[in-house]
Design a protein around this ligand. Structure first.
Ligand SMILES: *Cc1c(COP(=O)(O)O)cnc(C)c1O
Length: 405
């Protein structure tokens, strides 16, 4: 077993060897420009791109023509939001989104607000991280152009009720955009059944290369049009100009195909590992808090807060595990995770949260190791905690009047 054990699959994933194999010829002999119409180098590249387009579309029940290749989900999020706002000014200028969205969505919304192009409603999620459908219904006005709600959250893994949100958007006549970077290829998604109009996808979250992604843009019932951010050449139906990175696109296509082929089996395998991890932690430790809905979540995500430990100390004590923390101690700010805050998790518990991300290459042995290392670290830190001692003795910490002399 290699350490540190990689348990950060929501941050990124390694490229699957079969994906790399598929890409290599397009760096070497098949190097043509997919837009070259006059010779076989171009045709070969174009053919490869069209196969990838079909592979990406098939995973979510879309048509290949509805897939636009981009540099990743951040760019896809930008095109979706800015492109819709610019295209549909006659309909209105209002966006509804949620406080727990990825920064690629939130920062783009902030930009649109600041520049006076849009008004944005940021819905508070419920305590379990799910969107309150009644609050969403109330937030949609006759000026609303688009609802932006992610499929699965990158920190806490919760899966939003996409079919219900899609049905509501359709009923209200507003576009439904979902950032599916975490959900695509991991859980069943269907753009028709869920009434999804626009969807962001990233290759490096599904064992493909970094720097490539896609945007699904519905072509029929309704036909969605998005203003481009990048002009020049008119590639990708005018929505995203620029010479296509053929090897990366081939990699994304292959990665999508592999995920789809193994989706159910892999979801079951990761769910079992995740449940084993959670049961193992609960068996040895008390005062644990699961962040996010207990079952309505990605198979490979567990987000736990450890009461009575200090966040930075916990990360330091778990150096053999490559996990993420809800405490932003590595960055300049000491602000804990805005996602956990939006769920109503207090600062202390947000600082001691750990995200375990399980993926394709995670083994049972690694899960056992993660349980042992976490238990060891938490017990060691709690031995130094007078508050933990008091809680164990049954003293209600909230009843104590702390006085400073
Ligand atoms: C990773 C991620 C992104 C950003 O994707 P890139 O391809 O790295 O730009 C956006 N949204 C979510 C939910 C993500 O998990």
């Amino acid at each position: 077993m290699k350490t540190p054990v990689y348990l950060d699959y929501q941050a990124t994933t390694p490229v699957d060897p079969a994906v790399l194999e598929a890409m290599l010829p397009y760096f070497r002999e098949k190097f043509g420009n997919a837009a070259s119409r006059n010779h076989s180098y171009g045709w070969v590249a174009e053919k490869a791109v069209e196969i990838a387009r079909e592979q990406v579309a098939a995973v979510v029940g879309a048509n290949a023509k509805e897939i636009v290749f981009t540099s990743g989900a951040t760019e896809s999020d930008n095109i979706a939001l800015k492109g819709a706002v610019e295209m549909y000014t006659s309909r209105g200028d209002h966006i509804v989104t949620v406080q727990t969205e990825h920064k690629a969505v939130l920062d783009t919304c902030k930009y649109l607000e600041r520049s006076g192009r849009a008004q944005v409603t940021y819905l508070a999620p419920r305590k379990d991280g799910l969107v309150d459908l009644d609050a969403l219904r109330e937030a949609i006005t006759d000026k609303t152009v688009l609802v932006a709600i992610m499929a699965a959250n990158n920190e806490i893994g919760v899966i939003q009720p996409l079919a219900e949100i899609g049905a509501l958007c359709r009923e209200k006549g507003v576009l439904f955009f979902t950032d599916a970077a975490q959900a695509y290829g991991k859980i069943p998604l269907d753009v028709e059944a869920m009434n999804i109009d626009i969807m962001a996808i990233s290759a490096h979250k599904i064992y493909g290369p970094k720097g490539v992604g896609a945007l699904y843009v519905r072509r029929r019932r309704p036909r969605v049009r998005l203003a481009p951010l990048i002009h020049g050449g008119g590639h990708e139906r005018g929505m995203r100009s620029g010479t296509l990175p053929v090897p990366l696109i081939v990699g994304l296509g292959k990665a999508a195909e592999l995920c789809a082929a193994e989706l159910e089996r892999e979801a079951a395998r990761e769910t079992a590992l995740r449940d084993k991890l959670w049961a193992g932690l609960q068996k040895e430790l008390d005062y644990l808090h699961l962040n996010g809905h207990p079952t309505q979540r990605l198979p490979g995500n567990l987000n736990v807060s450890f009461e009575f430990v200090e966040g930075e100390g916990l990360m330091m004590a778990m150096k053999e595990l490559a996990v993420s923390s809800g405490s932003a101690c590595t960055s300049a700010s000491l602000e804990p995770s805005y996602v956990l805050k939006a769920l109503g998790v207090g600062d202390d518990l947000a600082h001691t949260s750990i995200r375990y991300g399980i993926g394709r290459y995670t083994t049972e042995e690694e899960i056992d190791f993660a349980i042992a290392k976490t238990v060891e670290a938490v017990q060691k830190l709690r031995e130094m905690s007078p508050l933990y001692e008091m809680a164990k003795e049954g003293i209600d910490l909230n009843s104590i009047e702390w006085t400073v002399h």
